[in-house]
Design a protein around this ligand. Structure first.
Ligand SMILES: NC(=O)c1ccc[n+]([C@@H]2O[C@H](COP(=O)([O-])OP(=O)(O)OC[C@H]3O[C@@H](n4cnc5c(N)ncnc54)[C@H](OP(=O)(O)O)[C@@H]3O)[C@@H](O)[C@H]2O)c1
Length: 246
């Protein structure tokens, strides 16, 4: 799973198409969408017209909890909209609120995955105890939990809990929910000659968290992907971790 993906939540129609095309031209090979974003068709068109082979791009989409009971038909609509015959990753977008609903929907995903059009299944916005409930009831651990993450949300025990369970953490809204003018981030960014947004994204990667930054601006799309030319020192990591308690 490419560790830097491209988020598409707010994008629709031509904006989504143009942004995904720009992201793929930059080098992103992982795109995150959802049925709820109403842009699967635009994302799919950009991937097809990028000139890349389908196998070179990791595609994640998500099913809404309200679609429980009809996962098979939702998957086939997503595949049709994306113009592909398989997903790399399919996530439950957030836990169903109905009692037993989470187990039921997860079992449906397991059943549908066995039919061969989904490589991996996972969840989003689940707590560790909600992950445990799925594991207990089905014997199958979600491959991924996509959660709201960033320096101010840093919590070592949550990360350790995912690692113990073998669940990959994907962080969302790490830029949106961070003060990118924070002096701690600004000092570290200046030391490495990068932006504070790059520092935040690099901090995720060094914690083994997959990132999926979204931007509609070509320059940011490019810099958000330039994360491999510098490395944060342990004391820099610790001071960013410390923003959670600040
Ligand atoms: N599973 C879920 O429930 C869930 C929830 C939320 C999001 N997501 C996924 O995660 C993706 C990212 O989440 P997100 O959009 O909430 O948060 P984000 O990627 O942290 O932040 C996006 C916002 O930050 C701005 N931005 C991007 N790059 C920047 C940079 N280098 N410097 C300054 N500002 C920058 C963008 O504006 P510009 O466009 O103007 O650059 C946009 O307003 C979404 O697209 C979606 O795929 C999932």
């Amino acid at each position: 799973m490419p560790v830097v993906g491209f988020g598409t939540w707010r994008m629709r129609h031509d904006n989504a198409y143009q942004a995904v095309l720009a992201a793929l031209a930059t080098g992103y090979r992982h795109v995150d969408t959802a049925t709820m974003y109403a842009n699967e068709r635009d994302v799919g068109r950009a991937i097809r017209e990028s000139g890349l082979d389908r196998s070179e791009v990791f595609i994640t989409t998500k099913i809404r909890p309200s679609d429980a009971g009809r996962a098979r038909s939702v998957l086939s609509q997503s595949l049709d909209a994306l113009g592909t015959d398989y997903l790399d990753l399919w996530l439950v977008h957030w836990p169903p609120s109905a009692r037993g609903g989470s187990r039921q929907l997860w079992n449906e995903l397991i059943e549908v995955q066995a039919e061969g059009h989904v490589t991996d299944i996972g969840v989003s916005n689940y707590t560790l105890s909600e992950l445990d409930e799925l594991l207990r009831s089905s014997g199958k651990t979600p491959a991924v939990n996509q959660i709201d993450w960033g320096p101010t949300r840093y919590d070592a025990s949550t990360l350790a809990g995912h690692a113990e369970r073998g669940v990959v953490v994907e962080g969302y809204s790490g830029l949106k929910n961070t003060d990118l003018d924070d002096p701690v981030l600004a000092k570290i960014a200046a030391a490495h000659g990068v932006t504070t947004a790059q520092v935040v994204l690099r901090w995720h990667l060094q914690h083994d968290i997959i990132v999926i930054p979204e931007s509609s601006q070509p320059e940011r799309i490019a810099t958000n992907f330039e994360l491999f030319g510098f490395q944060l020192a342990p004391e820099e990591m610790a001071s960013i971790d410390g923003l959670a308690g600040a």
